[in-house]
Design a protein around this ligand. Structure first.
Ligand code: GDP
Ligand code: K
Ligand code: MG
Length: 300
């Protein structure tokens, strides 16, 4: 017997939280290996995609609204207003709070902003692995009293405690409709291509004119680790053995420097630790192969 398929759901969920509340940790956990962190240096828009997660028939696009906090100067106030607009455009807002910090000025500012906004948000008190109930429960009660929230979840993004319940609830609140990202695009392709592009740029910077345009980079492996780090394996293709020697450098010194520079930039961009493994291979005809151009064809 075939059960009637549940309708698909798809929506945007904004995570609002002060720096270090645990947004990245939470999204890494939610997204797992089906990662498509599409945040290449686009920090100026209202919202940026942190990751896309599937929960049953629901596709949840987790977005961040950078710049919602700490408006120190007048100019920043305008930016904060824009960030709030980004959060309100989402289908759902989650206020992620570092419970160990309690209701500090950042959390209070966001709570008051949410209390004034059109819709109620979900409160997610994070880091419950690191706080005693005697502190957690009064905090939950005080924040619930503000009227800003429809419900409260207590989670640990680090241990995963409560995260599945939160995800299930969020999934049920996403509007019905087709997925915005087809499942085959939800693989980590954009990040793989971007990572390859970063390495290619470092090769160009360090090789100068010695190996003119004779290199291509492909990301071959991408392993998400439980601790939030990612292990990336890439192949640097050259056309001749002489070019391979140049790319490697004396005792591998040059490829090491290239790898370090690329890894640093990847880690910065993704906000997570990166282990990067580069392999240099000869492939005389790579320029004739269409996939070699993919790294250059992405529109970021
Ligand atoms: P973001 O700035 O909001 O993206 O916060 P991060 O995800 O980078 O986390 C900031 C710090 O809090 C990191 O050191 C995390 O390991 C830590 N952290 C995040 N979630 C938890 C949690 O549930 N429990 C504990 N103990 N630490 C956490
Ligand atoms: K952080
Ligand atoms: Mg972060």
């Amino acid at each position: 017997a075939t059960a009637a398929a549940e309708p698909t759901r798809c929506g945007f969920t904004a995570i609002i939280g002060a720096p270090n509340a645990g947004k990245s940790t939470l999204v890494n956990r939610l997204v797992g290996s089906k990662v498509a962190i599409v945040s290449p240096k686009v920090q100026t828009t209202r919202a940026r995609v942190l990751g896309i997660a599937l929960d049953g028939p629901a596709q949840i696009i987790w977005v961040d609204t950078p710049g919602i906090f700490q408006p120190r100067r007048r100019l920043e106030r305008a930016m904060v207003a824009t960030a709030w607009k980004g959060a309100e455009d989402a289908d759902l807002q989650i206020h992620l709070v570092d419970a160990t910090r309690g209701l500090d000025p950042d959390a209070r500012r966001i709570m008051e902003g949410l209390a004034r906004s059109r819709r109620k948000a979900i409160l997610a008190l994070n880091k419950i692995d690191d706080i005693r109930l005697e502190r957690l429960l009064p905090l939950a009660a005080e924040m619930a009293e503000s009227g800003a929230y429809s419900e409260t979840f207590m989670i640990s993004a680090l241990t995963g405690d409560g995260v599945a319940d939160l995800a299930r609830r969020v999934a049920s609140l996403m509007p019905t409709g087709p997925w915005l990202y087809p499942e085959d695009q939800m693989a980590d392709m954009p990040m793989r291509l971007l990572a390859a592009e970063i390495t290619r740029e470092k090769l160009f910077l360090q090789l100068h004119d010695e190996v003119p345009y004779a290199v291509a980079v492909e990301t071959e492996t991408w392993e998400e680790h439980r601790d939030g780090s990612v292990r990336i394996g890439q192949v640097v293709y050259v056309m001749r053995a002489s070019q391979k020697a140049i790319v490697l450098g004396k005792g591998g010194a040059r490829i090491k420097a290239i790898s370090t520079a690329a890894r640093t930039e990847m880690a910065e961009m993704m906000g997570r630790r990166v282990h990067l493994l580069l392999f240099v291979k000869e492939r005389p005809n790579w320029q004739d192969e269409p996939e070699a151009y993919a790294v250059q064809g992405m529109d970021w």
